[in-house]
Every structure is written in C-alpha cells, then in structure tokens.
Design a protein around this ligand. Structure first.
Ligand SMILES: [Zn+2]
Ligand SMILES: [Zn+2]
Length: 428
C-alpha cells in the first residue's frame, strides 16, 4: 500500500484554479474553432476528436459554451491520488454550459444548464521523476514518442521539450448537471394564493347560502365576511406552505433519485476496489472510475468502436449506443467481477443522461449502460499509460496503438490487455 496516497484539498489553491480555468477556456475553444486543447492529455484529446468525427459523419455540429456560473461562485476544490511517479488531481468547479447542436446550419437542439465540471489533472509527483521510457505523443507534431526522446528532440520534428512543458496534462473531464433548487420561493406564493382563494370561495358560498336562507342580519354578515376573509388567508398560508413543502420534497427526492442512481452498487464497487488494491497497490476507486469513463467515451464517441484496439467485443455494438452524440455521466457501479489466473473481468453499470440522434431529431434520455472490462493484472497500474503512444515489448519501438493491433515495426501483436483495460461487451 506504500505506493498509493490520497490527499484532500478543499482550499482554493490558486495554481489549481489557474489550470482549471485555462482548461475550461481551451475546451470552449475546441468546440467553437477546433483548436486542440493544449492541456488535454492524449486520451482526452482523442475522445474529443472522435466525438467531432462521429458528429460530422452524421452531418451534425455540436457547440458548447462554458461560461461563469450565475448561481455559484468561481471557487474550485481538489482531491489528489498518486502512485510513486504521478499525482492525479481531481479539480471541480461550477460552470454555466450551453450545448447546441445543429444539422446543416439549422439548430435542432439547445440547452443551458448550471453544471459541475471536474477535470483530472496529472503531474509528476514531487521528487518523483517519470521514466524516460514513459510513452507520450509529441505536443508539436503528434508523433508517438517517449518522454526521454521528447526531452532530447522529437524523432520527427526535432522539437525539444522541458518536463514542465509536457505536464500537467488533463487525463479526463466530467460534466454533470446540478440539482435545481426545488425549495424555490415563487411557487410557495402561488400555493398560498390558490389555497386562500379556494377558502374564500367556499366562505362566500356559505355566506350566500346563509343570506338566501333568510337570516339577513347585516352586522353579523359583515363580521362573518371579515372573519372569513382573514380565515381564508390564514388557512391558505397553512395549506399553501404545506403543499409547497410536499411538492418541494417530492421534487427534490425525484432529482436526488437521478444522481443517486447506482448508489446501491457502492458496496460491491468498494469490495472490488479493495480486492484489486491488495493485488495492485496503485489501483484506486478514483483511478478505476476515470479509466472506465474514459473507455466509455471512446466506445460512444467512435464512429466504428470495433476498430479501436481497446474494443474486444464479439457482439455487434447496439444501435442505441451508436445514436448517442453527447454523454453526461452521473454515476457508475460494479455489478460483478472475477479474478482468475491473473486476469480480472469486471462488469460496470453507468448511469448517464445522453443526447440521442434519431430520425433527424435530438432526444434527451436517461440511460443505463452496461460495459464489461478485462485486464491482465500481473503488473501494477501505470497511471502514465496512454494507448496513443505505446512501446513495443518485442522491439522497443513507439507507436500509436489506438487503431493498430500489431507493432508496425516488427509485426508482433501488441499485448494491450497487459497494460490497459479492454472492453469485452457493451449493452444499453
Ligand atoms: Zn514532433
Ligand atoms: Zn515491435
């Protein structure tokens, strides 16, 4: 366990905030002018590129504007976890995000929502120096390379890099819609007014009935009228606040239910992570969540998931998965797992809100996506691993394995499962 640490940092660290703001600006820029976010790690950049390609193949264009939150402040909070080389930090803040999708110049979907946006940022740990063999793409020309080669000059474009130009990198990012404030004051006034009116109508009815039945005593009628008026307002407040409270509670329960989907799987997920940690001390719940969500994004955003090296699915990819154009992740949990002869198989359910494109229209749907993952667990987890820059164990060459299953230099198959999780099944 010595090589895994976790730190909670709720202070408003200015360095963290600077990186966070820079990345959110770069993300906005990516959607508006396709400028690759400089801070994006290769896998994050790859998922963004895949999403854009898939949308283009469907004749769609997605724009996301990430602005300052109108309700929250611009504070960020962070949580870090590390192995003996890298430190991954989860930085979260509030943003107002507007998503619009258009289909040949015509807008077919638009929505603005207060969202939480978190990024997972990777840095070499203080005092820890990543191995020169750490696989990495050249930030200048994109060629797959290694840290050592980039420091001495890229093989392809000759650009030299310093360590602090190569880090930090954003390994993943999450967006989730914030729960609306259901105890809003406005509907309360409406409830009070409607209940007061209801009681007043009943009282007036009673007065008319009394008057019609011949008991015409003007003074009594006046007293009764004033009494009924105050009584109605009083009863209106009591019943109105009650009704507002009940409606508010149900509303909150309903929307908590949305973000609480999958909470029942927390126990199994923790047991799974605990067992994995005993075998591999670098493994953590955070690492597994980031890794599985990043694989989910690759599977969903790819035009043809089966050509990805990480996809080992025998069954065809469901059409419902293929029509998803945007994913909002809420929660995930482990359904079942097995660890046999150094191979781990695990099945995870993701609770997401997705935009589906079907029959020329965009639908917002709450989905439950089941994905099975597999990995050979002989080596400890490598937090610096990227499928876009791998090193061939047979000949030592670096290459991009996103869609290539054999080493292009020596022809030997690249053993992806020994280094990373692969997807064996996906269902919706
Ligand atoms: Zn280069
Ligand atoms: Zn090779």
């Amino acid at each position: 366990m010595e090589n895994f640490e976790m730190n909670m940092n709720l202070s408003n660290d200015s360095e963290m905030k600077k990186h966070y703001l820079r990345f959110t600006e770069q993300l906005s820029d990516w959607y508006s002018n396709e400028k690759t976010p400089e801070l994006a790690g290769q896998d994050t950049g790859f998922a963004l590129k895949l999403q854009k390609e898939k949308l283009q193949s469907m004749g769609l264009d997605v724009q996301k504007q990430i602005n300052k939150s109108k309700e929250g402040d611009d504070a960020v909070s962070s949580l870090s976890y590390s192995d003996n080389v890298f430190e991954n930090t989860n930085i979260s803040g509030d943003k107002l995000i507007t998503t619009s999708i258009s289909d040949s110049q015509k807008e077919i979907y638009s929505r603005s929502a207060e969202c939480g946006l978190s990024i997972v940022m990777q840095n070499p740990k203080q005092g820890g120096i990543p191995s020169p063999d750490t696989a990495m793409c050249c930030p200048h020309c994109g060629a797959p390379s290694t840290l050592g080669k980039l420091e001495s000059g890229c093989d392809y474009c000759d650009t030299k890099f310093l360590m602090d130009e190569l880090y930090p990198k954003v390994m993943n990012f999450f967006v989730y819609e914030k729960i609306k404030d259901y105890y809003d004051q406005k509907p309360m006034k409406k409830y009070i007014l409607s209940f007061s009116l209801f009681f007043l109508v009943v009282c007036i009815g009673q007065m008319i009935f009394n008057a019609a039945s011949g008991k015409i005593d003007f003074l009594r009628l006046l007293f009764e009228g004033v009494g009924y008026l105050f009584g109605s307002v009083f009863a209106g407040v009591i019943f109105g606040v009650g009704a507002w409270f009940i409606a508010g509670t149900f509303g909150t329960v309903k929307s908590f239910g949305k973000s609480a989907r999958g909470v029942g799987k927390a126990g199994k997920s923790l047991v799974f992570c605990y067992k994995m940690q005993k075998i591999d001390p670098t493994f953590s719940t955070e690492y597994f969540r980031d890794k599985s969500v990043s694989l989910l994004k690759l599977m969903i955003y790819s035009k043809n998931p089966q050509e990805l090296t990480v996809c080992k699915c025998d069954k065809p990819i469901p059409d419902k998965i293929r029509e998803i154009v945007d994913v909002t992740y809420y929660n995930s949990g482990v359904d079942r797992y097995s660890i046999n002869n150094g191979v781990c198989d695990v099945s995870v359910t993701f609770y997401t809100d997705d935009l589906h494109y079907h029959d020329g229209r965009i639908y917002n749907k709450s989905d439950k996506i089941r994905m099975s993952l597999r990995k050979v667990i002989k080596k400890p987890t490598d937090l610096g691993f990227s499928v876009m820059a791998v090193t061939c164990p047979s000949c030592g060459a670096s290459f991009d394995a996103e869609k290539v299953k054999n080493c292009p230099y020596c022809g030997n198959p690249y053993p992806i499962e020994e280094n990373d999780w692969v997807v064996t099944d996906i269902e919706i």
